[in-house]
Design a protein around this ligand. Structure first.
Ligand code: IVH
Length: 703
């Protein structure tokens, strides 16, 4: 019998079986997947269990350990994922919190009703009562009351286990701390939706932006973000609201219909939705659907459909569940909201990292209750693909998110004489040239050091720990100094003392500062006038030039002057200079192009020149050729007692060794301290020489 050989998908292969190409693909896939699940988790609606998430994360880490050079800046292992921050205690729901099946058409609803009738074997004259109510676009929560007192409030989580956010839920309008009533059951879990009122959404995002925080994409995210605050007073300030619409565990059910129980909840003091109604038959259901759709824009909260539930609880009981959704309920979703309007202009915005983003300026139009006058066009390719031109009539869609998408244009409405949009080749914020790297969709400004749009990020990078490491100059101070025009570029930092050391505008006189803290800051700045070359190169914030590359460049060129002269020649496309750069270990075309772009920019050269005049940049240590570890790959593992891991790494590198994070057949030497584990085993497996910390120090003694 012939056996069919099927190719194994990359995602099924064990980490050991991956080729480097596979590993690259798989890391990208995992990073995207983890980012998606982080976002879902942050919105309190995870789609996978913690264990499944951890398995993805561990796989990503294992691949990175095998291929350390593939660890990118956006690696999930470098981020504190939403998941990593296990901040709230877990709560297991006494009854799982279910989800609803979706219906999109009248036929789907007819089928829903017919299925129920078949299942219950209802006669043709038997009335099937259905409750109909809006489907609130928020996040569900469960409130457990014992003897009328709120004991635990939890998010839905993955449906089985949520987070204990009791203190936060207590601040939500419509969540009673106690409920009274002669007929209140001893145990009653109320379930419903926490939502963010639409009229306050714009103001919240303005405050977020003013505080330097990311705005929320939509009211649902705002509700989730507000409910999951560690500080309940922040939740309280957000003024969330709650609609009760269902229940979990109960010691007794206070009515025999869905409508009856919900009315009881209202009597006990919960807020229930005033639009909830009992209907029967497809015609009434569809009339209700259209009515609510018509009210949608003016409700004051986002809804994304209506929910139908079988009214009789004994019938609900008989109907039961299919996997995680009840057979007795369904969500009838509204179509995404669309509108057409005129494209007045295309603005180019420069982000904090220098990416140029085209933004459509629209004739204001209402889409689903929100007035829209801007929409992102993402990038040059997107404009090209959709052939969007100024003057066109565009079709907009708002699908839950406040930022709408441009679906396309209405070709028949294109006015005469429009021209294709020419994407700018210079940055609108600073006039530096804007480039698009091969294989990239983004166009970026190259004027990193001078571009006002990137200023704040660049200066923060410049003073950061692995760059100039200026203590006392935090992100907040930088933003304040920038706002007051005290600094514009990194070089200005070194003029702070002479300009603002005394007098009316003295830093010491600013709020939050005093003579002592200002003095300390000036001291810290002065101390950094003398700086190591790798730090200086890294601090420039050239794209693709991270710490390792900066070190390699420093070692190869030796002095700042030689480095700058070399890079200028590279920018001028001098062949010998390009060849010299290419010859440096691990430096490829991407880095070469990025440094070329940076040094081709007049504004950057001027800044670098200013810095060279202000600073005393130390010569880089040349790799000692007599060093026994030059050119060797060394791995440090376990705990070191006489030096920190960073120190050990820096010292080894200055002696010409390559320091790696994982052991392979290519490793020459493993330096193992107490507690070394798997790496030691790997070393044995590959027959790599292992020495302890003292032996290492002896080896490099006197060098
Ligand atoms: S009933 C057993 N009613 O929709 C059924 N859910 O897609 C429990 N939702 O997780 C849900 N408004 O967060 C129900 N009026 C409403 C709802 C509603 C919004 C949400 C809820 C649920 C999701 C299911």
């Amino acid at each position: 019998m012939a056996t069919k050989k099927t190719k194994q998908a990359v995602s099924d292969k064990s980490v050991d079986a991956l080729t480097e190409k596979d590993a690259k693909t798989e890391l990208t896939r995992l990073a995207l997947l983890l980012a998606k699940h982080d976002a879902l988790y942050a919105e309190a609606r995870p789609e996978i269990s913690d264990a499944d998430y951890d398995a993805l994360f561990q796989r990503s880490k294992a691949i990175e350990e095998r291929f350390p050079h593939l660890v990118g800046a956006d690696s999930p292992s470098l981020k504190v994922g939403a998941k990593a921050a296990e901040r709230f205690e877990k709560v297991r729901h006494a009854r799982p919190m279910l989800s609803l099946d979706n219906a999109f058409s009248e036929e789907d609803i007819a089928e829903f009703l017919a299925r129920i009738r078949r299942f219950l074997n209802l006669g043709a004259d038997e009335v099937l009562e259905i409750t109909a109510e809006p489907k609130i676009d928020g996040l569900s929560a469960s409130l457990r009351y014992e003897n009328g007192t709120l004991i635990v409030g939890a998010t839905r989580g993955d449906g089985t286990e949520g987070e204990n956010v009791t203190a936060n839920l207590k601040t939500v309008e419509g969540v009673p701390h106690d409920f009274k009533g002669k007929d209140a059951p001893a145990v009653f879990e109320v379930r419903g939706e926490v939502y963010f009122p639409a009229d306050r959404f714009g103001a919240l995002n303005e405050r977020q932006l003013a505080a330097g925080k990311e705005p929320y994409a939509n009211p649902r995210n705002a509700a989730a973000g507000s409910l999951r605050q560690l500080d309940a007073s922040i939740t309280a300030s957000r003024k969330l609201k709650f609609f009760a619409y269902a229940w979990g565990e109960t010691s007794s059910v206070p009515a025999d219909t869905q409508f009856g129980v919900v009315n009881k909840l209202a009597r006990w003091g919960f807020t229930t939705n005033p639009l909830m109604r009992v209907v029967a038959g497809l015609t009434e259901i569809m009339a209700y659907y259209r009515e609510v759709e018509g009210l949608r824009a003016d409700l004051g909260y986002d809804i994304d459909g209506v929910v139908y539930k079988v009214n009789r609880l004994d019938w609900q009981q008989r109907l039961g569940f299919v996997s995680r959704s009840p057979r007795w309920a369904i969500a009838h979703k509204f179509p995404a909201q669309k509108a057409t309007t005129e494209l007045l202009d295309i603005d180019i915005q420069v982000g904090r990292t220098g990416v140029l983003t085209p933004v459509a300026k629209l004739k204001p139009v209402t889409v689903g209750g929100v007035v829209v006058s801007n929409a992102t066009l993402h990038n040059a390719d997107e404009i090209e693909r959709k052939d969007v031109r100024i003057g066109d009539t565009v079709i907009l869609q708002r699908a839950g998110d406040v930022i709408p998408q441009i679906l396309g244009i209405v070709a028949e409405k294109r006015p005469k004489g429009t021209a294709k949009f020419a994407f700018p080749t210079v940055c609108p914020a600073c006039g530096s040239h804007a480039v698009r790297e091969e294989g990239e969709v983004a166009t970026r400004c190259t004027g990193g050091l001078v571009c006002p749009a990137q200023r704040s990020e660049r200066i923060k990078h410049f003073v950061s720990r692995n760059a100039f490491d200026i203590e006392g100059l935090g992100a907040k101070h930088i933003d304040a100094f920038l706002a007051d025009g005290m600094i514009e570029t990194p070089a200005d930092i070194f003029h702070l003392e002479e300009r603002y050391g005394s007098g009316e505008k003295a830093i010491a006189a600013r709020e939050g500062w005093g003579p002592q803290s200002a003095g300390k800051l000036f001291e810290a700045i002065t101390a950094r006038r003398k700086i190591a070359l790798p730090r200086f190169i890294y601090a420039l914030g050239i794209r693709h030039v991270g710490e390792t590359t900066a070190k390699q460049l420093a070692r190869a060129y030796g002095t700042a002057e030689a480095f700058v002269a070399g890079m200028k020649a590279v920018a001028a496309k001098d062949e010998a200079a390009v060849a010299e750069l290419d010859a440096i270990d691990q430096i490829g075309d991407t880095v070469a192009e990025a440094v070329g772009d940076f040094f081709a920019e007049e504004h950057n050269l001027e800044q670098v020149g200013r810095l060279l005049r202000l600073l005393d940049i130390e010569e880089a240590e040349k790799p000692a050729s007599e060093s026994p570890v030059a050119g060797k790959t060394v791995v440090f593992t376990g705990s070191l007692e006489k030096m920190t891991r960073n120190e050990a790494k820096a010292r080894a590198e200055s002696l010409g060794a390559k320091v790696s994070g994982s052991v392979s057949a290519k490793t020459d030497l493993v330096v193992a301290g107490p507690g070394a584990g798997s790496k030691l085993k790997e070393a044995e497996k590959h027959g790599v020489q292992v020495i302890d910390e003292d032996a290492w120090l002896k080896l490099i003694e006197g060098l």
